[in-house]
Write a protein that binds this ligand. Structure first.
Ligand SMILES: NCc1[nH]cc(CCC(=O)O)c1CC(=O)O
Length: 311
């Protein structure tokens, strides 16, 4: 009897019931379901708590004008604080560089394709777009990078979740739109991609394509439990990228790109670019390579790249 209740106690502390707070867009739900499946493989039971965030409600104005990307994570953090949920799954790209006191990123999952993609019903590539074609995007980063590649294009605002953006394209409001390849692939919309831009052509945003899991720092139990989901490679690469943004004071009102990749020699290469929203001065680019054996080295690499950008 004693022995079996002892066994039960051990079992209880190892296997948990985990509640995941998630936004309710199709992409966010896919991502939460993905984490749910990974945790179930580890033997845990998992439930989803779907929530609508301020970022989802505001569709008419540019995010950079209404308070930035934090709008997508704040409600989820409240759920963690109240104990209604244990973890929050985010697109890492949407997670602010500095989390509020008491919150931390517990892990970064293996990253999906980090590239930007061109979607167009009529044109097979950016090069095939006619002079003056209308391209939809609301990301300042994509605006300045597109402008550098094709100054003749008319770039127009495009907001909403993935399905909304694709619908607006299909209604004929744009000749093409630019989206993250990762979101399209996750939602089985990869067939709509006409061209993927290599990072050297269109440098991705910090964290693009990666998922991050946020927890309350006091939940040491969850840190241990999430460790099997953590990708060391992508965690270090995105730590370098996020250090660029943090050092630059990055918000989505700044056209900033940062992308890190592992070289064959085992060192980490970071590329960063900073544009001018007014389009008056040309893009500034920086590239650095260094050893990144731990988070401190990866962060130092990102900070050094940011200082190069600052000139
Ligand atoms: N800003 C919205 C957002 N946040 C994450 C993704 C895509 C998936 C990802 O980068 O992980 C998108 C859509 C997009 O940029 O096209």
């Amino acid at each position: 009897m004693l022995a079996s209740s002892g066994l039960f106690l051990i079992w209880k502390t190892v296997l948990s019931n985990i509640v995941i707070a998630t936004r309710e867009s199709r992409l966010a739900m896919w991502q939460a379901e993905h984490v749910k499946a990974l945790l179930q493989e580890q033997g845990h039971t998992v439930e989803l708590l779907g929530m609508t965030t301020r970022g989802d409600q505001i569709l008419d104005r540019s995010l950079s004008k209404v308070g930035g990307k934090g709008l997508f994570v704040k409600e989820l953090e409240t759920a963690l604080e109240d104990g209604r949920a244990d973890i929050a799954v985010h697109s890492l790209k949407d997670v602010p560089m500095d989390l509020p006191e008491g919150f931390a990123l517990a892990c970064v999952l293996e990253r999906e394709d980090p590239r930007d993609a061109l979607v167009s019903p009529r044109y097979a590539s950016l090069a095939e777009l006619p002079q003056g074609a209308v391209v939809g995007t609301s990301s300042l980063r994509r605006v300045v990078l597109l402008r550098a590649l094709r100054p003749d294009l008319r770039i127009e605002s495009l907001r909403g979740n993935l399905d909304t953006r694709l619908r607006k394209l299909d209604e004929g409001q744009y000749d093409a739109i630019v989206l993250a390849a990762a979101g399209l692939k996750r939602l089985a919309l990869e067939s709509r991609i006409r061209e993927c831009f290599e990072p050297d052509t269109m440098l991705p945003a910090a964290g693009q394509g990666a998922l991050g899991i946020e927890v309350r720092t006091e939940r040491a139990d969850l840190l241990a439990l999430l460790a099997p989901l953590d990708s060391r490679r992508d965690g270090l690469a995105t730590a370098a990228e996020r250090a660029v943004s943090r050092t630059m004071g990055g918000s989505c009102s700044m056209p900033l790109a940062a992308h890190a990749r592992w070289q064959p020699d085992g060192r980490l290469r970071i590329d960063a670019a900073l544009g001018d929203p007014e389009g008056l001065t040309p893009l500034v680019r920086a590239q650095l390579v260094a050893e990144a054996a731990d988070a401190a080295q990866a962060t130092a690499l990102g900070e050094a790249a940011a200082r190069l950008l600052q000139g």
